[in-house]
Ligand binder design. Structure first.
Ligand code: ADP
Length: 484
């Protein structure tokens, strides 16, 4: 699939440190999850390389932060243009290594680029404040300055968007970055880095340290322990987020964390059922269920339960599973064997505890799993507590609004939540009661670049995108001038 790139020079397999491509002491394989075939071997960097990348980012920082906001903005805008001009190639690279269907991959490239565009614009609006003085002989001001060298550790499920959502605001604010992309999807990340160089991002301002699973742990330790790195942004599992927080405690780093979710999707008796079915399908089966905002638990009120289950199961049975390069496929492979095993464990547990299989249910040849729906789900099932991160939808029945809210909130996670109702009072009540960072009422997909994306509880810290997305990369300095 990678032989068909319009620009083969986008296929980089070395890491980027201080503007130079480095081969690393060893290499690691990148596989196509749809076929199991090897796509490339990529530089496997270690702790010493991470130190070098941090030093390069630190050396590049003074010149980058001294540029005017408009100069940085123009360079970022150029990066945006190049990402969009190469949308097809970036999409192909992503489908090859990540598996998501090609139209979805191209959609992610546009989503990723939109953060670069947005923060190129926001770069010009990192405004300070003047405050009323408490003494006429003084003047009081607030400066907003770049925090310094930032590290970004990103996951495989959005190989490019999770990079730009962190890196664009960092660069816009005047920070420099060291990125450790996911070991399963480094090729999309490296192509984005190559385009950053072509856009004129200076050497050392954007560094990309690729590493296999073991070396990622070592690189993560270096990034956390460094005095120079002032901020770590991580998207991934809650478990790894906790490790990074603990490792960052000795250097008191600022952190942005986008961790696991366990999204509820609630359908009330007064909902538009057809719309709810579409929303549930889009939310649940996007990226074959492998996103942190995918619905994990579907709660349906008793009055429409049977109707919803029947229509939803029928819709799910229309899904087309296959290689993401094939026409019409909307369900690609899962990323790795462990992901398949987790889905299988959740489905079998649900069936063993009285669940009723209404669609799918089994593994297919290779790394594919049938889109699955189990009705009559109950709170004692694994899928009620753990994030499945795959194409399995358990459907629970409830009676009252309060019961649905309580069930939805009965989790340590708090990222995305969804509900369907036509009652405007209920929209307010339920939106306010859901303990989640994001609420979708009568929608199943809600992310875009100019809204604050993030979670509460153990789903994370901070917000990405929107004008709030700049805050984590900026320090506030109070300036008091006397003797006027
Ligand atoms: P996922 O749930 O997306 O598989 P992980 O949290 O395991 O997520 O991984 C997300 C990112 O975190 C990847 O880039 C991975 O290499 C990195 N990572 C995993 N474990 C560690 C660790 N102990 N220290 C630093 N980075 C890690």
């Amino acid at each position: 699939p990678l032989s068909q790139l319009k620009d083969p020079s986008l296929l980089k397999t070395d890491a980027l440190v201080n503007g130079t491509w480095v081969t690393g002491a060893g290499r690691f394989d990148v596989l196509d999850p749809a076929t199991g075939q090897k796509l490339a071997d990529v530089a496997n960097l270690g702790a010493l390389d991470a130190e070098a990348a941090i030093a390069a980012a630190n050396a590049a920082w003074p010149a980058w932060r001294s540029k005017t906001a408009k100069e940085r903005s123009i360079i970022l805008r150029k990066w945006f243009d190049l990402l969009m001009a190469n949308q097809d190639d970036l999409g192909r690279i992503m489908t090859a290594e990540q598996g998501k269907p090609l139209p979805e991959a191209k959609g992610e490239v546009a989503y990723a680029a939109s953060f670069v565009e947005w923060f190129a614009e926001e770069a010009k609006r990192v405004n300070g404040e003047t405050l009323p003085q408490f003494d006429n002989n003084r003047r009081l001001l607030v400066l907003r300055q770049p925090i310094g060298v930032c590290a970004a550790i990103t996951p495989w499920n959005f190989p490019i968007a999770m990079i730009t959502r962190k890196v664009a605001p960092a660069l816009a604010a005047g920070c420099t970055v060291v990125i450790k992309p996911a070991e399963l999807t480094p090729l999309t990340a490296l192509a984005a880095a190559e385009l950053a160089i072509r856009a004129g991002i200076p050497a050392g301002v954007l560094n990309m340290v690729t590493a296999d699973a073991d070396n990622s742990i070592a690189v993560g330790k270096v990034l956390c322990a460094s005095d120079i790195v002032r901020h770590i942004s991580f998207t991934g599992s809650t478990e790894v987020g906790r490790i990074l927080m603990a490792q960052s405690a000795p250097t008191v780093k600022k952190m942005s964390l986008e961790l696991g979710g366990n999204a509820p999707f609630i359908v009330f008796d007064d909902a538009d059922i057809d719309s709810a079915v579409e929303g549930a399908f889009a939310s649940k089966y996007r990226n074959a269920g492998q996103t942190c905002v995918c619905s994990n638990r579907i709660y349906v009120q008793a009055g429409v339960y049977d109707a919803f289950v029947a229509k939803f199961a029928a819709k799910v049975k229309t899904a087309k599973v296959g290689n993401g390069f094939d026409d019409g496929v909307n369900q690609g492979p899962l990323i790795e064997e462990a992901a398949l095993q987790k889905v299988e464990r959740h489905v079998q547990d649900a069936l063993a505890k009285g669940g009723r299989l209404v669609a799918g249910g089994k593994r297919l040849t290779g790394q594919f799993f049938e889109p699955t729906v189990v009705a009559d789900a109950t709170a004692d099932m694994l899928c009620a507590r753990e994030e499945t991160f795959g194409p399995f939808a358990p459907v629970f029945k409830f009676n009252t609004e309060q019961e649905a809210i309580d069930a939805a909130n009965a989790t340590e996670f708090g990222l995305a939540s969804y509900f369907y109702t036509r009652d405007v009072g209920r929209i307010w009540r339920v939106s306010e009661a859901l303990e989640y960072g994001m609420v979708g009422a009568n929608v199943g997909i809600l992310a875009t670049e100019h809204v604050p994306f993030g979670g509460v509880k153990q789903s994370g810290l901070g917000r990405e995108g929107s004008h709030h997305g700049m805050d984590d990369y900026v320090e506030i300095k109070y300036l008091c001038i006397g003797d006027i």
